[in-house]
Ligand binder design. Sequence first.
Ligand SMILES: Nc1ncnc2c1ncn2[C@@H]1O[C@H](COP(=O)(O)OP(=O)(O)O)[C@@H](O)[C@H]1O
Ligand SMILES: [Mg+2]
Length: 160
Amino acid sequence: MILEFLSGSPEDTRAVARSLGEALAPGDVVGLTGDLGSGKTCFCKGIGEALGIPPDRIASPTFTIVTEHEGTPPLVHVDVYRIDTLREALEIGLDETLSGEKAVCVVEWAEKITGLLPTDCIRVKLTITGDNRREIVVSAPDQQRFAGFRFRSKRIQPGG
Ligand SMILES: Nc1ncnc2c1ncn2[C@@H]1O[C@H](COP(=O)(O)OP(=O)(O)O)[C@@H](O)[C@H]1O
Ligand SMILES: [Mg+2]
């Protein structure tokens, strides 16, 4: 299932992410791709909100790669901006982090670790299309639980 959104504000982006977050389950991996400032961390905050995590807890740490947040389920926020090789990723145990079954795992700069992402990874691509405008494309497995996400986020879909 591929869903496209036209976001006109950080609030819109967070609303899309929150709707997706409501469909997520422990063990899910969400891979975010998009340039610096496209809204990956903003999207992560929205997912966190759906899991009961206050948005201001989720930040863009300069050097921390994996941050765990208590939530229902817990959220593991991974930012691999500073990882350059698959070897570095394996050295810090990212393969195990990503195969964990207790938390939802959200990865910023997911394209850097494509080989480590599960095949049923939910992919989110953010593109800057204007000052406050972002195009967001979400690809998720064809599962019933994502139908609810499609419905809840209609307002921000083209023609919705
Ligand atoms: N529609 C939008 N969606 C998300 N962020 C937006 C949007 N419009 C403007 N912004 C701004 O873009 C920046 C996105 O930052 P951030 O989420 O940290 O991006 P990234 O993690 O991709 O580098 C924030 O300053 C935010 O206020
Ligand atoms: Mg970020």
